[in-house]
Design a protein around this ligand. Structure first.
Ligand code: NDP
Length: 498
């Protein structure tokens, strides 16, 4: 330490640096010297400060906290972190917008990511959800197409409402989520004032081997609050980091945000005959069919010390599931099991799980080795299995592979339709029964405003046909707002669903 109590500057190798301000030259006006290693290192490191931003969910914020079990969940899952009332598990949460880049404004209209990492005694459990219970598409084959339609166009490098509505109007399964997005829940006031949903259907397995299908709902205990379209737009200019600032400040002020975890739980056998396909990510399970059961509470009480190290490099992956929790036939979920770890290997590097924020809080005993930037290793442990020298042994008794019956045929197909399935019915129920009169006005104005900006007439007309099928009143109001003739009528199917 110097007299001023400041540490002495060093190179990244810990060697005392000669100067904080001056490079080494031959004479005051002379050429710079390659042996000035510290200055060269500064310039080189600066050029490498960024890792590729996430293609989706680039702008986000996060905080640490814990999850506490508040009710007995053992009838449905043997997951150890859920097995005792009062048990607390450390958690990292990251919230984000989807389409904007890292510097984009927080209050843009967009779904929000709601990603959780539970550092459990059986390894990391990641639940990587959104603030909506549903999604735009139901097959991972369409995911990159959907995102391409939302992000910047190849020629102009600007976003295009026309591309968005072109894709949506050709993908009617997106209507339910678009209705959410265009409602005021598309512009949450803060991260603290929105719900988080696991969105997919997952499997839970209890200690007796019984299986259940489940959905996660983290309900905000701060209450839902949204911006109107106008206020969200004003805030985009006033404070592009509004959500980031709000979360950080709330935690700094010890105003810790909390969410109540409610589960919808479906007996395994019900799936085959349920009125909606329960694995279709564009559908909810109505609460009246499967009433939510409260099992725990999420509390965020600690800000990151270093944003890059702990949030930018945080790597969530839906494939991280602990014993007692498994996937379901939800095709989007199955696609995401691959795509997330693949993204992390590209963005962060092969050994991203060794960074402190991603490291499990339990010991790792795998047979994987080496790779760029590996820092933890198992010493002289055998690097192959089976072996005779005391290497780790898998425990098939403890880990039951989650499974379900399939036909075994290879095919490309849409989901099996269940009795009341179509792409319009739940979006229609949302409009008719969930939205208040004011919510409906806002939805209509937002869709009309969005579709009026550079969207081709034929695309508007096609989108309108879909909205008519969602609800004829909604279709009529949108037609009038867009100056299109209300020539279409509700289909028999839609009337049946009203
Ligand atoms: P319910 O009335 O039982 O549940 C509706 C849910 O919608 C509640 O969770 C409510 O809780 C939430 N909600 C209320 N106002 C809005 C709003 N303006 N925007 C979005 N969500 C809102 O009805 P159903 O379960 O039969 O669902 C009807 C429709 O409600 C669905 O088609 C879906 O669009 C929507 N919805 C359903 C959910 C579900 O899991 N069943 C979850 C969220 C929405 P809260 O205000 O606490 O979010």
């Amino acid at each position: 330490m110097t007299d001023q109590e400041n540490p002495i500057t060093t190179t990244d190798a810990g060697i005392p640096a000669a100067s904080d301000e001056y490079s080494l030259s031959v004479g005051a006006d002379g050429p710079l010297l390659l042996q000035d290693h510290y200055v060269i290192q500064k310039m080189a490191q600066f050029n490498r400060e960024r890792v590729p931003e996430r293609v989706v969910h680039a702008k986000g914020s996060g905080a640490f906290g814990y999850f506490e079990v508040t009710a007995n969940a053992t009838p449905w899952t043997k997951a150890a972190f859920l097995n005792t009332v009062g048990k607390r598990t450390p958690v990292l949460a990251r919230f984000s917008t989807v389409a904007g880049e890292q510097g984009s404004a927080d209050t843009a209209r967009d779904p929000r990511g709601f990603a959780l990492k539970f550092y459990t005694e059986e390894g990391n459990y990641d639940l990587v959800g959104n603030n909506t219970p549903i999604f735009f598409v139901r097959d991972p084959s369409k995911f990159s197409d959907f995102i391409h339609s939302q992000k910047r166009m190849p020629d102009t490098d600007m976003r295009s409402n026309n591309a968005q509505w072109d894709f949506w109007s050709l993908s009617p399964e997106s209507l339910h989520q678009v209705a959410f997005l265009m409602s005021d829940r598309g512009t949450p006031k803060t991260y603290r004032n929105m719900n988080g949903y696991g969105s997919h259907t997952f499997m839970w397995i209890n200690a007796q081997g019984e299986k259940f299908w489940v959905k996660y709902h983290f309900k905000t205990e701060q209450g839902i609050e949204n911006f109107t379209d106008a206020d969200a737009k004003t805030m985009m200019a006033e404070d592009p980091d509004y959500h980031r600032r709000d979360l950080r400040t709330a935690i700094e002020n010890k105003n810790f945000p909390t969410w109540r975890l409610e589960m919808q739980i479906m007996p395994f056998k019900d799936a085959a005959t349920y009125r909606y396909n329960p694995f279709d990510l564009t559908k909810v399970w109505p609460h009246s069919d499967y009433p939510p059961v409260t099992i725990g509470r999420l509390v965020l009480d600690r800000n990151p010390e270093n944003f890059f190290a702990e949030i930018e490099q945080a790597s969530f992956e839906p494939a991280n599931m602990v014993p007692g929790i498994g996937p379901s036939p939800d095709k989007m979920l199955l696609g995401r099991l691959f795509s997330y770890p693949d993204a992390h290997r590209y963005r962060i590097g092969t050994n991203y799980l060794q960074l402190p924020v991603n490291q499990p809080h339990v010991e790792v005993h795998s047979y994987n080795k080496d790779g760029a930037m590996r820092s933890q290793h198992s010493g002289n442990q055998p690097v192959y299995a089976p072996n005779s020298y005391g290497g780790p042994k898998a425990d098939p008794e403890h880990y039951t592979d989650p499974s379900w019956a399939t036909s075994g045929e290879l095919l490309r197909s849409a989901y099996t339709l269940h009795a009341e399935d179509n792409d319009f019915v739940q979006a229609g129920n949302f409009y008719r029964h969930t939205l208040s009169a004011i919510d409906k006005d806002h939805l209509v104005n937002t869709i009309v405003g969005h579709m009026s900006q550079g969207v081709d007439r034929f695309v508007q007309e096609r989108a309108l046909k879909n909205w008519y099928q969602v609800d004829s009143e909604l279709g009529t109001r949108l037609a009038s707002g867009l100056g299109l003739a209300p020539v279409l009528t509700a289909t028999g199917r839609e009337k049946q669903n009203q």
